[in-house]
Design a protein around this ligand. Sequence first.
Ligand code: FMN
Length: 190
Amino acid sequence: MAHEFMRLQVWFIKHKTAVKSMNLTEALETLRSIRKYKDTEIEEEKIRKALEAARLAPSALNHQPWRYVVVQDQDTIEKLNYACNQTWFVPAMIVGCVDPSQSYVREDGEGYWKMDLAISMHNLMLAAWEMGLGTCWVTAFSEKEVKKILGIPDYLRVLAMTPIGYPVKEKPPVSKRKPIEEIARYEKWS
Ligand SMILES: Cc1cc2nc3c(=O)[nH]c(=O)nc-3n(C[C@H](O)[C@H](O)[C@H](O)COP(=O)(O)O)c2cc1C
């Protein structure tokens, strides 16, 4: 029995599938930006599950202004690399767009579309992580170039993208963060 379990674990490790499911705390403590990926293909079902997590995110007035483009064509990824001035050797990129006209705008003019997209994309990243897939927020790119490459219409903004794939190696858990005392106060600021 133990032998059978070991054999199963080895199979999982070989196929880079999550060995065990992750609870939320574990995911939050270990989610890191992954910048080196294996060229192992990602199962279509996993991409779908990540998109499903993005879809489930909350948004202001439930307007859900996010839109995504999944890119798996390597020539297109190469062009995106050029627009990012980076070299992502990765099986897929997911590009996060948003339609500001579909989002909640506060009385003082503050639009919440960036926030909506960020929540949705982070949902996607956490879901990917649970499935053993790494991601990395990428915001440093030419929006104009990315729009041209992907045929994204003018009314959408391209705010972020993420590579998605199996990490080459494990990274240590999250550590470089400010202490709670520096980022939170109770009852009043002063
Ligand atoms: C809004 C946002 C934008 C970011 N943009 C980039 C980027 O353009 N390129 C990049 O390599 N990393 C980018 N990052 C990743 C951060 O550098 C990273 O999350 C941070 O340094 C903490 O490292 P860790 O995620 O490994 O813990 C971005 C992260 C966020 C949240």
